[in-house]
Write a protein that binds this ligand. Structure first.
Ligand code: PMP
Length: 423
């Protein structure tokens, strides 16, 4: 019975970790933006399925058929979760990074790509074989739309174009004006892909309402940490492209030619890009998380998260040495992802102390968004800071930051412990 007491209960709430000061404490997982804990419901569903696990799309046996059904039903569940259009395809991948790389190799050869420099590297880098225009960091959502419109107005209007944008920043937690950016893209004949890695775990994502052409997200940030991700959206470019991986499952028919070569007919369904034995547990667990989130509804999740955001921000505001990083300002709508620096502290040491002395797990660094974090810190764009950043002396700029992030199942105590520890 997966409908246990709390629909969005997560695993790991009673894990004890040692403290450097002696003794132990329950672990406060405040790094949801990197990987969220598994939902109890996801774990229960996976455990219930495990004895029936079988090969997908291959076997004639009962369990193979069952696994194939579960895998294909998972696709339909994700389709519903994302409110896809008729004809959209859901491709199961390894992660958001994998999904965006898949799309990058499926775009037409003459495609122009537009991407803000503020993106996570997963959205920033896969397009490097295409003609890419990197857009400067906007300081308001309106400026983001204007910047994109200007860039698109200058483009070759006859060629294909793609805009890649994140729904919620993995650094500031701020929401981007996706619907407006999609409208601007379409008005200029471009398409748009939404990096929903940080948005989907916190907000409903409707492909139809946002009017985006593709969406990518990761299971491990959506409470389903079993190595799976999703690329969903328009079928045409995906089905005209070479398969992402060549191999069994993607190929419908392979035949030797009389000249000695091989002719391949590739599938035109999602299977075209899913060669090899698929990660059925990963897909199944994503579907389980989608169902749990849909059944629980996002309203209470969002309301609870906004309370936690307010508490963390108020707590941090009481510490004069703390500077919270923000692109769009204090009033911008945001999800539970907050990055900050502490004057006079090396962020890596600070994060290490939160772990060793308080049992709190956060992240430090440049969060795979180097240009954005360097802009927010006002540091040299070329500066190194991800690992082993030198100690920032009092009064000097930090070269990296600390990020705290949370979501379903985060208890007040974790947030209170964090605020107390920072103080
Ligand atoms: N985009 C954003 C906004 C992210 O936060 C992340 C993960 N930090 C990714 C893409 C990449 O996700 P994954 O590591 O699961 O591929």
């Amino acid at each position: 019975d997966p409908a246990c007491s709390e629909p969005l209960a997560v695993l790991g709430r009673d894990v004890r970790v040692p403290l450097v000061t002696g003794g132990e404490v329950t672990y406060a997982a405040l790094d949801y933006a990197a990987s969220a804990p598994a939902l109890q419901r996801v774990w229960d569903d996976v455990a219930a399925y495990a004895p029936y696990y079988g090969s997908v799309h291959r076997g004639a046996g009962y369990l193979s058929q069952l696994s194939t059904d579960l895998f294909e039903n998972a696709r339909r569940t994700v389709e519903e979760f994302l409110d896809c259009r008729d004809g959209d395809q859901v491709v199961f991948t390894r992660s958001t990074t994998d999904s965006l790389n898949l799309l990058a190799q499926a775009i037409p050869a003459d495609c122009q790509v537009f991407v803000f420099e503020t993106e996570h590297h997963a959205s920033l880098l896969p397009w490097r074989d295409a003609r890419v225009t990197y857009l400067n960091a906007p300081r308001t959502p309106q400026e983001a739309v204007r910047t994109l419109e200007h860039a698109l107005a200058d483009r070759d209007p006859y060629g294909p174009a793609l805009v890649c944008v994140t729904g919620a920043s993995n650094v500031t937690g701020e929401l981007w004006p996706v619907r407006e950016l999609a409208a601007a893209a379409h008005a200029h004949g471009a398409r748009i892909v939404l990096d929903a890695a940080q948005l989907a775990p916190h907000h409903p994502v409707s492909v139809r309402e946002l009017d985006v052409d593709w969406v990518a997200f990761s299971g491990h940030k959506l409470y389903a940490p079993f190595g799976s991700g999703v690329l969903a959206g328009r079928a045409d470019w995906l089905q005209e492209a070479e398969p992402y991986l060549a191999g069994g499952g993607a190929s419908k028919s392979v035949a030797r030619r009389t000249d000695g070569g091989v002719d391949v007919e590739w599938h035109t369904t999602a299977a075209r890009h899913e060669a090899g034995s698929p990660n059925v547990i990963g897909a199944y667990s994503i579907a389980s998380a989608c169902k749990a989130l849909t059944e629980a509804g996002f309203d209470s999740l969002v309301a609870r998260e906004q309370q936690l955001i307010a508490r963390v921000r108020a707590g941090l505001a009481e510490v004069p040495e703390v500077k919270v990083l923000s692109l769009f300002g204090d009033d911008a709508p945001r999800v539970g992802v907050i990055s900050f620096v502490v004057e006079g502290w090396n962020s890596s040491h600070f994060a290490a102390a939160l772990s060793a002395e308080y049992g709190i797990g956060v992240r430090d660094g440049l969060f795979c968004a180097h240009p954005l974090v360097r802009t927010l810190l006002g540091s040299d764009p070329q500066e190194q800071g991800e690992c082993g950043a030198p100690e920032a002396a009092p009064g000097e700029k930090s070269l990296n930051a600390i990020r705290v992030s949370f979501g379903a199942g985060t208890p007040d105590e974790h947030v209170e412990r964090f605020v107390g520890a920072v103080k």
